[in-house]
Design a protein around this ligand. Structure first.
Ligand code: HEC
Length: 168
């Protein structure tokens, strides 16, 4: 991540008035992102829980993950009756969308648990577009998350299991 981007992300945490002045456009070849959308996207990805699953180590470190790793996906497995899923690398997967495509995708998304797709679908256009703007502005980083596994297949590595225990 270059210095301009790092500085701008750091300043995003400051007051909205300051971030509006400090944010610099860095998406190559596109129109400069709206600073208000950018700040809103940064806020929403924090408070609506995207980082909790899509940023490696975020929950374990109480959110103390350097921003260059934000939303790069995680190899922690979520295992349950649906099989095994992994939180995707949004820094890669969201690059392919323009605004309209993202709104359609986010509203029609149906995933296996624990992704709260129904929360994403309930967001306003402005909130969804703010998230898109922010993630695209962070820029591509990292590797794709592992593909989902079918029920019965086992992931060797950190795993969160949804189990049903019976008294027997
Ligand atoms: C409780 C954990 C969790 C939270 C919270 C969460 N996700 Fe996910 N997300 C996942 C998992 C796991 C998958 C993969 C699901 C699958 O493979 O079926 C996923 C998949 C996705 C996908 C579809 C795959 C892709 O990259 O196109 C999108 C988009 C997405 N998440 C965006 C978000 C956004 C934006 C937020 C915050 C509003 C969020 N997620 C919050 C766990 C989570």
């Amino acid at each position: 991540m270059n210095l301009r981007r790092s500085t701008a992300v750091a300043l995003l945490s400051l007051t909205p008035a300051m971030s509006a002045v400090a944010v610099e456009p860095v998406i190559a070849g596109s129109v400069p992102p709206d600073p208000e959308r950018l700040a809103r996207g940064e806020y929403l990805t924090r408070v609506s829980g995207c980082h909790d699953c899509h940023t490696p180590g975020y929950s374990q470190s109480a959110g103390q993950v350097p921003h260059d790793a934000w939303l790069t996906g995680d190899t922690t497995a979520w295992e349950g009756p649906w099989g095994t899923t992994f939180a995707s690398n949004l820094r890669l997967t969201l690059l392919r969308f323009n605004d309209e495509q993202w709104l359609d995708y986010a509203r029609s998304l149906r995933t296996a648990p624990p992704m709260p797709w129904f929360n994403l679908a309930a967001m306003s256009d402005h909130d969804l577009l703010s998230i898109l703007t922010f993630v695209q502005w962070l820029g591509p980083k990292g590797e794709p998350a592992p593909p989902a596994l079918a029920p019965g297949d086992t992931w060797i590595g950190p795993t969160i299991q949804f189990t049903h225990r019976s008294p027997d």
